[in-house]
Design a protein. Structure first.
Length: 277
């Protein structure tokens, strides 16, 4: 009986399915999130909120890996916190939840072998594609409003031929990281990554102001009030005259994550040397 058990374990140990087990990792990421766009045009390291993620990784070789990750995060910005006088006068703000599904490719700069004393550390670069949802909101008179629903730049009306933007978009992730294998099965890492989105409306700001009276007529008083909030900080004077630039439509928005990860590598047990004696 013991001989049969030993033979089974030996066959299992050298089976292709078991040998492939060392290529998989499952882990979690936690850190901070931020945004680059019309309300934060210049600071690529302005992190304001939290990001959390779970991921599954396939180590294709010692130099490359594929990863699928789902991330929940938040972003926000406020013109009132800007050092730019024009932004302070504009006086817009927003916050948004971000839910992302990403497919990523990692390239290791050094050969990386989890569970080994050598080749257990490497910097890496990554890129890929992601699909994410977002919903810019703001508070006004004690209430929270979904800015997309209001059409603050007259989208979808005779005031602006552009369609209302959707609740989801595509992004191109890219970034750098470091990872280190320890305690045989565990890998700890640090990562800084940016998402170049295919939308300019993470912050609900992109194009030009539209006529305030006309916007009130088509989209309502709340839409008009949140389209131009400059009077609150300019002694009752509105700066948002029709056709003046409200945002920079030539540049799309970014969001970013930075943080640490911990993962478990499914490594095979050390098999005894094969012998045909």
């Amino acid at each position: 009986m013991f001989q049969r058990i030993g033979l089974f374990l030996l066959l299992f140990c050298y089976s292709p399915q078991y040998l492939l087990a060392q290529e998989w990792e499952f882990g979690a990421f936690t850190g901070t999130s931020g945004y680059i766009g019309d309300l934060n045009p210049r600071n690529p390291f302005k992190f304001t909120d939290q990001a959390n993620s779970f991921f599954l990784k396939y180590n294709y070789s010692r130099l490359s890996a594929y990863k699928i990750a789902i991330t929940q995060a938040a972003i926000q910005a406020n013109d009132a916190n800007s050092s730019n006088a024009s932004q302070k006068q504009r006086n817009l703000n927003f916050n948004s939840a971000i839910t992302e599904l990403a497919l990523l490719y990692e390239f290791n700069f050094f050969e990386f072998i989890p569970g080994q004393r050598k080749n257990n550390f490497t910097p890496y670069a990554f890129t890929g594609i992601s699909y994410f949802t977002f919903n810019p909101q703001t508070s006004y008179n004690g209430n929270t409003y979904n800015l997309r629903d209001l059409g603050t730049e007259g989208q979808g009306t005779s005031l602006n031929p552009a369609k209302k933007y959707g609740s989801a978009a595509i992004a191109i992730p890219f970034g750098l990281g470091l990872k280190y294998s320890f305690k045989r099965n565990f890998i700890i890492g640090f990562e800084l990554g940016y998402r170049n989105t295919l939308t300019d409306y993470l912050d609900d700001v992109s194009g030009k102001y539209v006529n305030k009276t006309a916007l009130t007529s088509t989209n309502g008083t709340i839409a008009a009030a949140l389209a131009d909030r400059s009077a609150d900080v300019n002694q009752g004077v509105y700066i948002g005259q029709a056709d003046l630039q409200r945002g920079d439509l030539s540049r799309r928005d970014f969001y970013m994550f930075s943080g640490i990860s911990i993962s478990y590598a499914f490594l095979p047990i050390k098999c005894p040397p094969f012998s045909n004696k």
